[in-house]
Write a protein that binds this ligand. Sequence first.
Ligand SMILES: [Zn+2]
Length: 562
Amino acid sequence: MATGKADRIVLGNVITLDDAVPRAEAVAIRAGRVLAAGKREAMLALKGGETRVDDFGSATVIPGFNDTHAHSDSQGLKTIRPSLAEVRSVEDVLKRISELAKAQAPGTWIATMPVGEPPFYFDSAQKLTEGRLPTREELDKAAPNHPVYIAAPGGYWGVPPCTCVLNTAALSANGITRDSQPAWPNITIHRDASGEPNGQITEKAYVTLTEQDLLPAVPRFTYAERLEGVRRALPLYHARGTTSIYEGHGMGPEAIACFRELHETGELTMRSALVISPTWASAAEAEPIMRDYLVYARGNGTGDDMLRIAGVFIAYGGDKVIREVMQRDVTDVGFSGFVKSVNAPDEFEALCELAGRYDLRMNTIVSDKLHEIVPILERVAKKYPIGKRRWVLEHVSRSTPSDLERVRKLGVAVTLIPPHYVWKVAGPFMSMTDEELDYLSPARALHEMGVDVSAGTDAVPNDPLFCLWVMTTRRERTTGRIIGKNGRIDNELGLRLLTTAGAYLTFEENVKGPLRPGYYADMAVLSGDPIAAKGDDILNIRCEATMVGGRWVYGEKAAGQA
Ligand SMILES: [Zn+2]
């Protein structure tokens, strides 16, 4: 039994996810860690003169969410530029642009967020009264003395094709004429009847390259803006009950520097694990760069309980044009925060060999290429203990039982993004049989096989409770169809994949996860019980408060705490 007094006691319907005491009425906290969880009277017996008691009544207290594929910085950056979320017509767009023009010095850029409702901006042009976006000429009238750029949502947020719009000044600042041709074949420059660009540029790929390929003059995020984006991302994620993030898609040097700066200034309230997004152009260039990473990213990397930098992202496959365009300026990472990289299978293998040799934990995006990646990793595993070093396979979509069995044997970790593959863009997989769909984003199969699997939101949206709903119902967005009914998991397992499971990725499973004595006092207070909730009721649960290391970081209590 715990001895000594608690700093804080939290009362509520507590789900600890600690098998020793699965349900409790209170959690006692001391020095940022759980002191004990148990019956109300037993915990209140730990109350001393200085102890603060927060009573949440019938609300449910759970371990904080560990979003293992968060893309948090990109969500913060969404708040930096002027929003067009309120516009309902082309007329509204033009009015807003003209207001922005009045507020800015002539000649300065007006660069806005996409038309439509964040976070997805689905069908934004079709939803305007006119059923279309504005043209170059219309924007010219609204802002005759400014270059204007209305961004496209792009495939990371919306669903392609996605269209951006520029006025005449913006087109000419970027050198776009009737003869311009994009390098990336997925981009179309739309033209009017006379063959002149009409200001609209559409991209039909999920990887967005319009700015890097065609729009060098559009202002990029400055370091200060990116820093502000990361700063603003923290409360956006805490408001969803998230207390830890794992950024396995990689982060460019500037984005990592932003997290470091916030940690230095004491503003970093999210336990953040960051993976390096490399800037090399080829496997030959990679070797000395990887060796340099040894300074801080080898093994479990560098950091503390709030910020950790470890390992490297290595892309598998992709179109070589992406690399050509990105290599024009690898610092130009845009909203994504990571360098879009491409490696042919042999390059990927060579890079994995290097990562094995330098013990840089490799993270890669699998998508539907598991059957190609597994044999490569099996060869690498003959030389290096990639399972023990906890290499990470991410974004797994289509899979088969035999591939998953090979993943199990490799011993690597897997992070899944069910909201992306099951809810948002299941379309490409809809022709698969029901049995095959059970293995799309295969949370259940991986768990049953004993693979270290966890789930992340992919910011689709950044709400782990939505991800829980997707994993338990597997409903597709446009048709409501159940995507592989035997792939569904129960609420408790879903909650585990979103809370306790992610600690494995950072070698923290002995200090982070369940509300167990000695573990971090990271928790979320929810309006409803996510294990008892049936079906769609999960969607009605809201986060009321969030605590990291014994301090409230979201909710009313956060404002009033000592
Ligand atoms: Zn991702």
